[in-house]
Design a protein around this ligand. Structure first.
Ligand SMILES: Cc1ncc(COP(=O)(O)O)c(C=O)c1O
Length: 496
């Protein structure tokens, strides 16, 4: 006995010894009434100091695992609360008990069923920010600043609606985007994804219907499916959604809601033109369909003029639910997003949120708040946008030079979207490229109707310049071999 003990990491040694002895007692290796080795002896056996064992024994005694007989030593206590030996153990088949929701969530889980990257692979699959750009010192300062002001409060329970200073900051932020805040309210969520899930929870019903861009954000599609929505996807064209097709679809049936990503749409990277925004708003009003607007990427504009979010165009109207997130602009590890919408709707969403998660981490919210209020967003954005713009232009140049596309889209953000000729199979291309150490996201996962086999998304934010050049050349050459063409791409880059 005592031979398998090993000190690990920085965890205090006395706690490790205490946990080790406790485990031996709970597993029955040390029996009630058994005398424990003296502190000096155990120290020698475990290769720790005698003081470490003295502290461990004291803690074991305080927790009721050990009792001391004066002048005799420490003994294992009888565990009155332990039922582990008496209770019958059995194995059950959990998979047989799972409901359809759990099964569907697993089936749609791309982290489990998607492409795996071997070490050294050039991966264009991510559209997360480049962590090398993070201004850590300012984040640390924000944390310490806020902790020194109200650390005790931050570590206790907070409020379902959110951390008040952050809510107020974000309301002002949306006001500056031209949003009419009259009659509206805000709810802080764990990123866009939870906000979307909460909204869908409030709006879903058996046979629910949603209309959206096709292709669109994969996680949004996943959540819509998990909420049982029937999804109608409307094709994209230059400048955003095809309005004629949208109108045809709206004419045919009623929809519970529409989901749109007007700026730097994922995956096409398109920015919906102001004309289309206006026409979309008119159509949705005519057919009385509320809009869920995904504003995740708005700030990552490298060129062209500012375009207002749909909720700003709605004026005092209450039919747009705006979901914001700094996940691409700042730090996705701080799981903070927000829903800005009609006050009455937020009132109900707040209750759903409280029932589900109580509230978003106040620590995350307060760090973000202090970071923002210290004026860091503007400084960071300037730096990040310069770097992303440079990478965007380099990726664009590489794609134009090497990839035989029929359409290349992406007006900003962290990715480009490539369309090949109709009969091209990007899954086959992926397989061939993977063997050469390059991967990307096959576009079909973004489609609502199983199409898009001839498309792919190239995320460039976390790939080095050199790898962008090398990776895209490999993709391009492989694609050309598959197509049997030798020339450069003859398609057009849809730049607005
Ligand atoms: C379209 C879209 N919306 C929102 C998000 C951000 O989600 P979250 O805020 O939950 O990280 C992403 C991230 O990739 C996205 O692509």
């Amino acid at each position: 006995m005592f031979k398998d003990f090993q000190l690990i990491g920085e965890h205090p040694a006395s706690i490790q010894v205490k946990d080790y002895i406790k485990r031996l007692i709970l597993k029955g290796a040390l029996q009630a009434g058994q005398k424990l080795p003296s502190t000096r002896e155990l120290g020698g056996l475990l290769n720790v100091s005698r003081n470490t064992v003295i502290a461990a024994y004291a803690d074991l005694e305080a927790d009721g695992f050990v009792y001391v007989l004066k002048g005799k030593g420490s003994y294992v206590a009888a565990l009155s609360g332990s039922v582990s030996q008496a209770a019958p153990s059995w194995q059950m088949d959990w998979t047989a008990r799972l409901n359809g929701h759990a099964r569907m969530a697993e089936q749609l889980d791309l982290m489990k069923h998607g492409i795996r990257a071997d070490r050294g692979t050039i991966s264009f699959t991510s559209i997360a920010p480049d962590e090398k750009l993070f201004d850590l010192d300012n984040v640390k300062r924000a944390f310490l600043d806020r902790m020194s002001v109200e650390g005790n409060v931050l570590l206790n329970y907070g409020y379902a609606k959110g951390y008040k200073p952050l809510m107020d900051y974000l309301l002002r932020y949306m006001d500056h985007k031209g949003v009419d805040l009259q009659g509206k309210d805000i709810l802080i969520t764990n990123g866009f994804t939870e906000g979307f899930d909460l909204v869908l929870s409030a709006l879903s019903r058996p046979g629910g219907t949603v209309i959206c861009e096709n292709p669109t954000h994969h996680t949004a599609l996943k959540n819509l499916k998990l909420h049982g929505f029937n999804i109608t996807g409307i094709a994209m064209e230059q400048g955003g959604i095809n309005l004629r097709k949208l109108e045809e679809a709206l004419e045919q049936r009623a929809y519970d809601c529409g989901y749109f990503v007007p700026s730097y749409h994922n995956p096409t990277g398109m920015v919906m033109s102001p004309e289309k925004r206006l026409a979309l708003m008119k159509l949705m009003k005519r057919y009385q369909v509320p809009i869920i607007e995904d504003g995740f990427n708005e700030e990552l504009r490298y060129s062209g003029s500012h375009v207002s979010p749909l909720i700003a165009a709605a004026g005092p109207g209450n039919h747009v639910i705006y979901i914001g997130s700094f996940s691409k602009v700042l730090f996705p590890g701080l799981r903070v997003g927000w829903v800005l919408a009609d006050r009455k709707l937020i009132y109900y969403l707040e209750s759903i949120k409280r029932a589900r998660t109580i509230h978003t981490s106040t620590l995350d919210q307060s760090i973000l708040y202090q970071y923002l209020v210290n004026g860091n967003l503007e400084k960071y954005l300037k730096k990040a946008k310069t770097e992303y713009k440079r990478k965007y232009e380099w990726t664009l140049q590489c794609c134009e030079e090497h990839i035989p596309y029929t359409r290349l889209t992406g007006d900003g953000g962290l990715h480009l979207f490539v369309t090949f000729p109709d009969d091209f199979d990007s899954r086959e291309l992926l397989e061939a490229c993977q063997k050469q150490g390059v991967i990307f996201t096959p576009g079909d996962i973004f489609f609502t109707d199983g199409r898009g086999r001839n498309t792919m998304r190239i995320g460039f934010s976390r790939v080095s310049d050199e790898d962008i050049g090398r990776g895209i050349r490999i993709i391009g050459e492989t694609a050309k071999q598959m197509i049997g063409s030798v020339g450069n791409g003859n398609g057009q880059h849809e730049d607005e």
